[in-house]
Ligand binder design. Structure first.
Ligand SMILES: O=P(O)(O)OC[C@H]1O[C@H](OP(=O)(O)OP(=O)(O)O)[C@H](O)[C@@H]1O
Ligand code: HPA
Ligand SMILES: [Mg+2]
Length: 191
């Protein structure tokens, strides 16, 4: 029987081990615990709906939920965006809505990264139409230098400079989401 080998990564998709670690998995775990504790204190005695934005937020949501001590449920939305840096803020489209009503509920939108802000400002408006009791935003990363629309998160694990990152849910061309550390994707790769 022929032995199967994993194909060597092409230069477009370098191996994650070759990429510089920007934020280690231990740093992520520590900050997630801190934010979980902060949310638990602020929402003491209440229930929260965590709404994750597919696909990038799935891993942060899974960790954040386990760091939150108050009663919580999950829901997910999915959006598609079209060349976000080159188009206006109307360019985000909802492709999967929430499954359960959030009217009168305390909602936290959960993202992996707040970049231009187009995704979250669109979702924030969408969610407000459902009349939640409150609506906050938690994001693992914030790249404030890239903002095209004014929006801030209520809970930010890390502010980062304007560099493309992968790992901890974040992809380049759908790859690298399962990488445990957040790493810098090389500027000369992926072309
Ligand atoms: O602030 P913005 O400029 O809108 O960028 C942030 C959004 O972009 C990425 O998602 P993407 O649409 O690439 O899909 P994914 O979550 O499936 O990776 C990321 O996960 C955020 O959702
Ligand atoms: O730096 C990033 N990495 C992955 N996905 C992203 N979406 C917006 N910014 C980024
Ligand atoms: Mg996303």
């Amino acid at each position: 029987m022929p032995t199967s080998t994993t194909p060597a990564p092409t230069s477009s998709f370098p191996s994650p081990e070759t990429m510089e670690v920007l934020i280690s998995k231990d740093q992520i775990a520590k900050r997630t615990r801190e934010i979980g504790a902060q949310i638990s204190a602020e929402y003491e005695g209440q229930s929260i709906v965590l709404i994750g934005v597919l696909k990038g937020a799935a891993i942060f949501l899974a960790d954040l939920a386990r760091a939150i001590q108050v009663d919580n449920t999950f829901d997910f939305v999915a959006v598609s965006s079209y060349g976000r840096a080159r188009v206006s803020s109307g360019a985000v489209k909802l492709i999967k809505d929430i499954d359960n009503p959030i009217e009168g509920k305390h909602v936290i939108l959960v993202e992996d990264i707040l970049d231009t802000g187009l995704t979250l400002s669109f979702l924030r408006q969408m969610m407000l139409q459902h009349k939640p009791a409150s609506l906050k935003i938690a994001t693992c990363l914030d790249k404030p230098d890239r903002r095209l629309v004014p929006i801030e998160a209520d809970y930010v694990a890390f502010k980062i400079p304007n560099q493309f990152v992968i790992g901890y849910g974040m992809d380049y061309a759908e790859r690298y989401r399962g990488v445990e550390d957040i790493r810098l994707f090389p500027e000369d790769a992926g072309h």
